[in-house]
Design a protein around this ligand. Structure first.
Ligand code: 13P
Length: 255
């Protein structure tokens, strides 16, 4: 049985002060929810403060990106070694990194390797753009992104993949539960062929793209979908706690 996971990707939002306030607003309620892995991914500048706030809690911390070298003359970059003291997870290959910052499949693959070497658990994001979706190329795109992201990587059970169709991110137009489940099942199949079936069965594969407390049930009631990577709704304490509470209820009922 895979433990469901809800991760909040705050993206480039919240000052350090706002980030601490947001954590304080949700900490107690979030901490009490059982049966769901809860992960917050605030901006880099808040990681130290928030890692202290989350000590002795059941909430884990993730970063939103990193460079693939451990240290050196790479002005402005943050390394996996630095993150390894602060967080458990790191989001890699988010579509905003791919499309705004030119991250290629090769770069994403190097980052995946570097994260694992440094004991960070990657949340690898894949997903097709609108024109690719409309051209019926969803499977082709995610197949390429998954295979390239996992190239030369040994099977690891503690690996998370997030299927985030680019057209659903920040648009309020979420995929349907069925669409998400079909592609997630396809991704699990790709991983099964690349690694092995048993590891693929253990991986958490999340859906991301306009998830709210109002539509989370549609996704999480599907056995293929193991959780969500939440953007906008993770910046509102009430919404995010609501998403996690509903996830706990649905997955408990499904057991
Ligand atoms: P939204 O939930 O704001 O659509 O963002 C999804 C996302 O990109 C999470 O990584």
């Amino acid at each position: 049985m895979r433990i469901p996971m809800i991760a909040g990707n705050w993206k480039m939002n919240t000052t350090a002060t706002e980030a601490e306030r947001l954590v304080l607003e949700m900490l107690e309620r979030l901490d009490r929810i059982e049966g769901v892995e809860k992960v917050l991914c605030p901006p880099f500048v808040s990681l130290v403060a928030i890692s202290m706030m989350l000590q002795n809690s059941s909430i884990q911390l993730g970063a939103q990106n990193m460079y693939f070298e451990a240290k050196g003359a790479y002005t402005g970059e943050i390394s996996p070694l630095m993150l390894s003291e602060l967080c458990e997870f790191v989001i890699l290959g988010h579509s905003e990194r791919r499309w705004y910052f030119g991250e290629t499949d090769e770069i994403v693959n190097k980052k995946v390797g570097a994260a694992l070497t440094n004991k960070l658990k990657p949340i690898l994001c894949v997903g097709e753009r609108l024109e690719e979706n409309e051209a019926g190329k969803t499977d082709e795109v995610v197949n390429r992104q998954v295979r390239a992201g996992l190239k030369d990587i040994e099977p690891v059970r503690e690996f998370v993949i997030a299927y985030e169709p680019v057209w659903a991110i920040g648009t309020g137009k979420a995929a349907s539960g069925k669409q998400a489940a079909v592609t997630i099942e396809f991704i699990r199949d790709v991983v099964g062929k690349l690694w092995n079936r048993s590891t693929a069965q253990d991986l958490r594969i999340l859906y991301g793209g306009s998830v709210t407390s109002a539509n989370i049930v549609e996704f999480l009631s599907r056995p293929e979908i193991d959780g969500a990577l939440v953007g906008g709704a993770s910046l509102k304490a009430e919404e995010f706690v609501g998403i996690v509470e509903k996830t706990a209820e649905i997955k408990k009922r499904a057991k």
